[in-house]
Design a protein around this ligand. Structure first.
Ligand code: SF4
Length: 382
């Protein structure tokens, strides 16, 4: 079960296998950053090992037509979120008293549902950017599909996620056109392990295969989305440069890192100091939001994730006996990928810049707002 009691829906493995076997269906997958450093545990790899190329091979063996990467859309999310953050901080520094701060990252559906149910008076604070999963799916069905001559109905869009609450997010009506949803359904990491095992696919025996382009290229900023503090670190890598107009050399913002469930951090770059709150677990989120609401704490930006350590500890990930040790190894696995990449800022991702050049003009443009942004609603607890 989901550790945060987010609404869940059933296992879609049978549907996935049925769609893969149906002629004329184009099945595309995206996989979240944290899946690649956890799934290997079930196939004898070391905890934290990056097995994304084995996953690509395994999915193609199952019959997936295009294997894409949510991390590409994490970079796209940062382009939108960082521009929102930079715009609000710039206005604040210029003395605009009307500007809403902090700005909240909004890629965790359990957390979004929590604020909708419990803090209805604070809904104008979250970033309106869709989560990477939803941004990916909107671009895939509305832009990539069109270029390929495929209708929305011809594409089956499957998201492989560390998260049970993502099943709920995919089913929200604002992410659909009538009965056609941007994400058709979500398969969790543990469900995919089960599918591979029942299909006699052993990831340790497969040759590496590349992820499909163009929605596969990612930067280090996109990959750290999977751990606590990673979304806000990725956003500030871009936002700080937007605010100061300067290229920042050291973009490992270690002041935002750590494993405590409630962290108040100061990020200083040149003359700019940002106060940033990072939490995981909804008990800690409640504490942070109450402090912000009462004026006891001020932050320019906050990141809240529902699961321990962020998505690497998600309810759809393999369970481990030594939980904290395992989560920390997965976290280090993501940091290692980040360090190994030539591009580590989302604003340097050529495949993301190409989407703006070709279709969306620039971050926060009208076209980007229409495709990549959403709204939040006050919700009653059932
Ligand atoms: Fe899902 Fe990640 Fe949020 Fe956990 S922290 S509920 S895995 S999005």
């Amino acid at each position: 079960t989901c550790p945060v009691n987010a609404i869940t829906s059933g296992n879609n493995s049978i549907l996935f296998l049925r769609d893969l076997a149906t002629p004329n269906k184009i099945v595309i997958t995206q996989m979240a950053p944290s899946v690649r450093v956890a799934i290997g545990e079930a196939f004898g790899f070391e905890t934290g090992a990056n097995v994304e190329k084995k996953i690509a091979a395994g999915l193609r063996k199952l019959g997936v037509d295009y294997v894409f990467d949510t991390t590409w859309a994490a970079d796209l999310t940062i382009m939108e979120e960082a521009n929102e953050l930079a715009e609000r901080v710039k206005r604040y520094l210029e003395g605009d008293k009307e500007v809403k701060l902090p700005i909240l990252t909004s890629c965790c559906p359990a957390w979004v549902k929590f604020i909708e149910q419990n803090y209805g008076d604070m809904l104008d604070v979250p970033s309106t950017s869709k989560s990477p999963m939803q941004m990916f799916a909107a671009v895939a069905k509305d832009l990539w599909g069109k270029e390929k001559g495929l209708s929305r109905e011809q594409i089956t869009s499957v998201a492989i996620m560390p998260c049970i609450a993502k099943k709920y997010e995919a089913s929200r009506p604002e992410f659909s056109r009538g009965l056609n949803y941007d994400v058709d359904y979500v398969i969790t990491t543990t469900e995919l392990i089960d599918i591979f095992k029942k299909s006699n696919i052993d990831l340790s025996q497969l040759e590496d295969e590349e992820i499909d382009q163009v929605m596969g290229e990612y930067t280090g900023a996109g990959i750290i989305f999977g751990r606590t503090g990673g979304v806000i670190e990725a956003a500030t890598r871009t936002a700080v440069e937007l605010i100061t107009g300067q290229r920042v050399d050291n973009i490992e913002f270690t002041s935002l890192r750590g494993f405590d469930g409630f962290r108040s951090c100061e990020l200083t770059v040149g003359d700019l100091t940002l106060r940033i709150g990072v939490t995981y677990g909804l008990k800690e989120a409640r504490k942070m939001l109450d402090k912000i609401r009462s004026g006891e704490e001020f932050y320019h930006a906050i990141e809240i994730m529902a699961c321990t350590g962020g998505c690497i500890g998600g309810g759809g990930q393999p369970r481990a006996k030594k939980r904290e040790e395992t989560i920390k190894s997965r976290m280090e696995g993501l940091n290692e990928i980040d360090r190994s990449l030539p591009l580590r800022r989302s604003n340097d991702n050529p495949a993301v810049l190409a989407i703006y050049e070709k279709f969306l003009d620039y971050p926060l443009s009208n076209k980007a707002q229409e495709l990549l942004h959403t709204r939040y609603f006050v919700k009653r607890k059932k």
